[in-house]
Design a protein around this ligand. Sequence first.
Ligand SMILES: Nc1nc2c(ncn2[C@@H]2O[C@H](COP(=O)(O)OP(=O)(O)OP(=O)(O)O)[C@@H](O)[C@H]2O)c(=O)[nH]1
Ligand SMILES: Nc1nc2c(ncn2[C@@H]2O[C@H](COP(=O)(O)OP(=O)(O)OP(=O)(O)O)[C@@H](O)[C@H]2O)c(=O)[nH]1
Ligand SMILES: [Mg+2]
Ligand SMILES: [Mg+2]
Lengths: 279, 303
Amino acid sequence: FKGTKEIDADLLDKLEEALITSDVGAGTTEWLLNLVREALDKEELKDPKAVWGLLKDEIRHALSIKASPYDFSSDKPFVIMVVGVNGAGKTTTIGKLASQFSQDGYKIVLAAADTFRAAAVNQLEIWGRRTNSEVVKPAKEGADPSSVVFDAVKTAKETGADIVIADTAGRLHTQAPLMEELKKINRVLGKAHDTAPHEILLVLDATNGQNALQQVKEFGDALDISGIALTKLDGTAKGGVIIGICHEYKIPVRYIGIGEAKDSLRQFDVEDFVDALFV
Amino acid sequence: TLQKGFSKARQRLRGEVEIDESVIDASLRDIRLSLLEADVDLKLTRSFLDRVKEKALGEVIQISAKSKSGKRVRISAADAFVKICQDELTAMMGPVNTELEMASGNVPTGVMMVGLNGVGKTTTTGKLANLLKKKGHKPLLCAADIYRPAAIEQLQVLAGRLDVPVYADFNSKDAVGICKAAMTEARIRNCDIVLFDTAGRQTVDDTLMTELQDIKAAVKPKNIFLVADAMIGQDAVITAREFHQRLTLSGVVLTKLDGDARGGAAISIKEATGAPIKFLGMGEGMDKLEEFRPDGLASRILG
Ligand SMILES: Nc1nc2c(ncn2[C@@H]2O[C@H](COP(=O)(O)OP(=O)(O)OP(=O)(O)O)[C@@H](O)[C@H]2O)c(=O)[nH]1
Ligand SMILES: Nc1nc2c(ncn2[C@@H]2O[C@H](COP(=O)(O)OP(=O)(O)OP(=O)(O)O)[C@@H](O)[C@H]2O)c(=O)[nH]1
Ligand SMILES: [Mg+2]
Ligand SMILES: [Mg+2]
């Protein structure tokens, strides 16, 4: 169907509204709609259903980034450094990961390297108890986070732990000294264990709008972000900004958070995500 | 690209001697892009552009009429257009109303902080206590988040730093009971304000949303503030509306404005609920709370 010009315009408006209201963003929406427009001009699409189908295919394609699963067997301990802006869900996600990995039989050390925020260490300690994970704490208040992560890797090597997960303080990517602090933590992890960190996980809040793109850019400039965890997808926000992020930066979404409890972590599933996007 | 929309519109109009509808339409498209990139609600963006177009066309007719009559044109069409956008946006965010509503009689004034997970409620509770203490009040903090690990400790640490009393009960799983007890504690200690720090929650969680309604019914706070993260996207209106329908918000605090989020949610939330933006969170420190002023936020959103 080339339909009438009017039907096409109307349909494109509907597509645009669905995308924008899901936080896909104007730029990524325009890119997706242009793909649809090209297909319509070439008369490749039979009906509106085919149009929606093409849109979903393109989104699926953008989100499907090849990523090798974590290899916990060689070169222990496997070190995951968790970073992201304030309140995104880093500490909780670490608790969930620890819960998952310990159920899978792995021995875990958590590095409480948020030495800044009130009761941050207490918060991670509670997650440590819930998940049977050892928590390495700062030697004193306001300690250098780098020393905490160094101690944690050292402890893991001494105790034969399989995995180290390092919690860092929330920070805005606009704070240059704090981004430098992350780079230092990264370097120190490499000193403690020469292949570490094996994963730098950026935690993004699904409620965020277009600022998430800035977060990925700036954290990505400072560090080799190798994975994303998208939290709070149990709410009303759709997290559509992740489409443009994956399209541009090609960083795999490893996990999604769907609640506050320790079992509310899921491996990212492209199909599920795209289905939920247009509900 | 984030900053281009508005300045591009300005550029487009600057070179024009004769401004007509097609030039305005092109400029409006630039503004639309800018507003969406700033996370302004889609529906609101549409109605904003309609209002601006209506005013702009009216203005342009006036300007060209003036110049035809031989009088000096005092303001270029570009400047007129820019002013219309800024004025319209500023109007949508005001009027400025940063006062707390105080309880009458000898009852402590309640201020209830509510919002999604991780937006900055606990931190803002501390900041607000700091601000109120400096104004001569005697605030008491109430640790009503019984779910998040170390939430009570977090508030206690802030209270300690600010030297304000905090009511907490580690053994209680009843947020309503804790809030009632805090009111009693405030009376005993002669505190005139109680700041209730509630747990973060999602609006789809009926149990938790009902808990907020139960707290409100029990302690009848004069002030219920929605704390919202400046980075919030198109979900702002949905979330704000649900909190507003359940609780009737007295105001909004927008946090993390020390970042580079454009903060379009500010207008979306105000427009959707009518609740005035009272304060802005500008950092993690207890002194990083400002009283809201619309003009700074308007140009930040327009970009
Ligand atoms: N509903 C929901 N809440 C979540 C999810 N992930 C985290 N949270 C909540 O978000 C809030 C903030 O989580 P934290 O883990 O403290 O976030 P953070 O990034 O460590 O915060 P900072 O260290 O202060 O920067 C808490 O209330 C968590 O329970 C999720 O997937 N769904
Ligand atoms: N940069 C910046 N960080 C802020 C601001 N307000 C709060 N934060 C930080 O945001 C994170 C979350 O703050 P909290 O006060 O724990 O948020 P919350 O809403 O109480 O979180 P939950 O109780 O888990 O829902 C912390 O790291 C705070 O320091 C702000 O205005 N600017
Ligand atoms: Mg944390
Ligand atoms: Mg809190």
